[in-house]
Design a binder for this molecule. Structure first.
Ligand SMILES: *Cc1c(COP(=O)(O)O)cnc(C)c1O
Length: 232
């Protein structure tokens, strides 16, 4: 897709996002857009940067590595990892990405922390991934474990825990989506209250099919693939 097409799509998304924010008295500036480029070529990443977005999301290490090799440095783009990260790929992830949004276990966080320290890398920004619907198949921490996990991960050297990430279940039912996003927002507040070291300024939630509900419920970052770049 050309950057003109992307700009036109982005204009519509920005408008919808602004209306969702206004419905609940939020400023649209509180919500950033992460362009999810997984499944698209490196041209999509270039087009996204040209359209003026500052961050992209990828969910597979080999795919991101291949694109990175083709593109070289992209100083105007922050690369966010949003997929399931195996511990044996942690080192590669630390080299490729500026933010790891999908820290879904304390063991993974420990592995990342150890490598940052050993390799003397700059601190890595991470989000702790929730499993707010409590779905068995989904990665992340349930409501009862989240506070303890955030506390444990905040104590690890070499990681900067800026917030939480959540994914809604696959459903179009608005009431379900809304309650999942609300629960994530409440967990963010609880973590901020109970873990003084937790910054908690980022709440990454909302995808192409549910981002307006996520914004109404307090998202500060929506992760949009299909809406901006078309079908994969
Ligand atoms: C693919 C993906 C997205 C974007 O999905 P769309 O429905 O295309 O907007 C967002 N977050 C995560 C974690 C993803 O894997």
């Amino acid at each position: 897709m050309t950057s003109d097409r992307i700009e036109a799509r982005l204009a519509r998304v920005t408008e919808r996002l602004a209306r969702a924010a206004q419905r609940v008295g939020r400023s649209p500036d509180e919500v950033e857009i992460l362009a999810v480029t997984k499944g698209h070529s490196k041209d999509a990443i270039e087009a996204v940067a040209e359209a003026g977005l500052g961050a992209i999301g990828e969910n597979r290490i080999p795919e991101a590595e291949a694109k990175r090799a083709e593109l070289g440095d992209t100083p105007d783009l922050a690369w966010h990892f949003i997929g399931r990260l195996q511990r044996n790929k942690a080192r590669r992830a630390l080299r490729l990405f500026d933010v790891i949004e999908s820290v879904d276990s304390v063991r993974l966080a420990e592995a990342l922390s150890r490598i940052v320290t050993e390799d003397e890398l700059p601190p890595m920004e991470v989000l702790v991934q929730l499993n707010p619907g409590g779905e068995d198949a989904k990665a992340g921490f349930g409501a009862e474990e989240a506070v303890r996990a955030v506390d444990a991960i905040c104590r690890l050297p070499g990681l900067k825990v800026t917030g939480l990430m959540a994914m809604a279940p696959f459903t179009t039912e608005e009431s379900v989506l809304r309650s999942v996003f609300r629960e994530a927002r409440e967990l963010l507040d609880r973590c901020k209250e109970e873990v003084p070291a937790f910054e908690g300024r980022v709440l990454s939630m909302g995808m192409s099919n549910d981002f307006e509900i996520a914004v109404e419920e307090g998202s500060t970052r929506v992760r949009l693939g299909t809406l901006i770049l078309g079908e994969r």
